[in-house]
Every structure is written in structure tokens, then in C-alpha cells.
Design a protein around this ligand. Structure first.
Ligand code: CUA
Length: 326
């Protein structure tokens, strides 16, 4: 029985370590690409090492007492073990960790004096508004782009249900609570494409609420934001006409056209985003068409109804036009 427990313990530890091997990629807190994520990862390794030491000591004591020296031990030794191992050590270790964690907090959340980004958790997508200092805000959706090496303050809220904003590669997670504005400060340390996700169960399509994250060089980011601020979709075209005729503009805005809805995501430059449907599909024409025709199948309980009743030619035209909005 004792041997079996020991084997189980060893297997669990081996499996946990093997599991860590899979913790890389665009959505990994263990391959950080941001200042906060680096500190969180550091804290994780410190705590894992500490937990490992405690595990070895506890298991070693158990093996010693039960297998190596299975005899009655002095009562005094037992009491000392409880006082030092069960009271003094945890009190010291946990207090030290608490102080270390509290000391990190103000440093992590100190804002920069440049760009701010407001992010709102919707059902089930992300409304994103860039607020560059001294310039008009730029609204987009379902994607966050950040300049390398800049501290950017993100303000987080939600109009209805609680979500949690999390880009594991860049920082910790923060809840988005209706009626309250929370904040997180992110400072990317490496360029690349990453992935963020909602980390709080918020409803039917919680698991389908992700977003692309792109960290760019400052100059590249400035150029992108300037393009993003400009209108798109001007000029006549079948797709544009069908989009407006189908009433899409009641919920969506495409700056440069009469479509000015604010219920759904801003689509002004939707063709230039890395994903569709809030991080769940590749951004190409086929996926766009599928999204429009089978919305509630792709994202159950989506507030946007499926538009599969539109003629096939109209679906093609609308998808083609939206894909062209770079
Ligand atoms: Cu939004 Cu889970």
C-alpha cells in the first residue's frame, strides 16, 4: 500500500513535469513576452521549486517513518515536528511570499504616460478603443496590437456579464466587471503574434471568446494605428450595397459608409485582423462567408443572428467586400 502511494506520487510528479513541456506557444504564461508575464513566470518557478522542496521533505519524512524506521518515535520528536514543520515553517514561508507578492503589485501596475486602450468584454467578443494621447480615439474589435517596449494601460470593463481579460504571454488576468473599471498595464518585451482569451465563465460561448494579439515595433505600430483610424469601404460595390441593404449597419459600423451601428464589432478594417469571430476562425473569405451564414452555429447564443437566408451571391459579395476592408 505504502509502495503503491509512493509510486502514485512519483507518477503524478513525472506527469506534471511532462505536462510543462507543452506549455509554450502563443498563449503560454511560461514563455513570457511581457514585463508582467516575466515576473509572474518567475514567481511561478520560485513557488514550484518551493513546493517541490516541501513535497520531497514531507514525502521523505513519511517514507522514513513508515518504511525505513517503522517503530515508535519519541513523543517530543513528534511535537517538535508539528511545531516547526506544521506551524513555524508555513507561517514564515507564506508570510514571505505574501510580502513579495504585495511588493510586486504597485510596480506592475504603474502606468506609462502614452497610449491607453479601453477594452470592453461583450457577449462574446471584445470592443477595443485605442486612446493615443492628443489624438482622436480609434475603435476596433477582437484584436489587440501593442508597441514593443511601451507601457500601455488597458482599462477593462463590461456592460453586462463578468469576463476576465487574459493574455498569458504578456501579463496576468484581470476581471471585467459591469459597473466598474479595472486596469492592467502591459509592457511587451518581444514582437510577435500571441493569443488572449476570456478566463472567466461568462455564458454559452465563453470558450469561443478569444482574440489575436500582435506586438509590433513602435514605427510599425504608429503606421498601423494611422491606417486603422482612417475610414474604409468607400466607393460603390455589390458587397457594400448588399451589406447595407441587409441591415448590417444597424449593429456594425464601417467608417466611410452609412453603417454606424455600435451594438456589434466595428468592421472598418475587419479584413486586416488576424482572426475572425473573436479569435476562433482564420480571417479569409471562406470563413467570413461561413460566419455570416452560420453565425449561431459557429458561435452558439451569439447576438448576431445567422444570415444564411441571404442568396448565395449576396453572401459571397458581402464576404468578399468585408475581406477587402484592410
Ligand atoms: Cu467572456 Cu468568458
Amino acid at each position: 500500500m505504502r509502495l503503491r502511494c509512493l509510486q502514485l506520487g512519483m507518477t503524478a510528479a513525472a506527469l506534471s513535469l511532462a505536462g510543462l513541456g507543452g506549455c509554450s506557444g502563443p498563449q503560454s504564461a511560461l514563455t513570457p513576452a511581457g514585463d508582467e508575464a516575466t515576473r509572474v513566470a518567475h514567481l511561478f518557478w520560485v513557488m514550484l521549486t518551493g513546493a517541490g522542496v516541501v513535497w520531497v521533505v514531507v514525502l521523505g519524512t513519511a517514507v522514513y517513518a513508515s518504511a525505513l524506521a517503522p517503530r515508535a518515535h519519541p513523543r517530543k520528536l513528534g511535537s517538535a515536528l508539528i511545531v516547526w514543520g506544521g506551524v513555524v515553517t508555513p507561517l514564515f514561508v507564506l508570510s514571505a511570499l505574501l510580502v513579495y507578492g504585495l511588493m510586486l503589485m504597485p510596480e506592475l501596475r504603474a502606468p506609462g504616460d502614452g497610449l491607453k486602450v479601453a477594452v470592453s468584454g461583450e457577449q462574446w467578443w471584445w470592443r477595443v478603443t485605442y486612446q493615443p494621447p492628443g489624438r482622436a480615439p480609434v475603435t476596433t474589435a477582437n484584436e489587440i496590437r501593442l508597441p514593443l517596449g511601451q507601457r500601455v494601460e488597458l482599462t477593462l470593463d463590461s456592460p453586462d456579464v463578468i469576463h476576465s481579460f487574459w493574455i498569458p504571454s504578456l501579463g496576468g488576468k484581470v476581471d471585467m466587471i459591469p459597473g466598474r473599471t479595472n486596469r492592467i498595464v502591459l509592457e511587451p518585451t518581444r514582437t510577435g503574434e500571441f493569443r488572449g482569451a476570456c478566463a472567466e465563465f461568462c455564458g454559452t460561448s465563453h470558450a469561443l471568446m478569444a482574440f489575436g494579439v500582435v506586438v509590433m515595433e513602435q514605427a510599425e505600430f504608429d503606421a498601423w494605428l494611422e491606417r486603422e483610424a482612417a475610414p474604409a469601404g468607400d466607393g460603390p460595390g455589390l458587397g457594400r450595397d448588399r451589406f447595407l441593404q441587409a441591415g448590417c449597419g444597424g449593429c456594425h459600423a464601417v467608417r466611410g459608409t452609412p453603417a454606424a451601428g455600435t451594438i456589434g464589432p466595428d468592421l472598418t478594417h475587419v479584413g486586416g485582423r488576424v482572426t475572425l469571430g473573436a479569435g476562433i476562425m482564420p480571417n479569409d473569405r471562406a470563413a467570413m462567408r461561413r460566419w455570416i451564414a452560420d453565425t449561431t452555429e459557429v458561435k452558439p447564443a451569439s447576438r448576431m443572428p445567422s444570415f444564411g437566408m441571404l442568396p448565395a451571391d449576396d453572401l459571397d459579395a458581402i464576404a468578399g467586400w468585408l475581406e477587402g476592408l484592410k
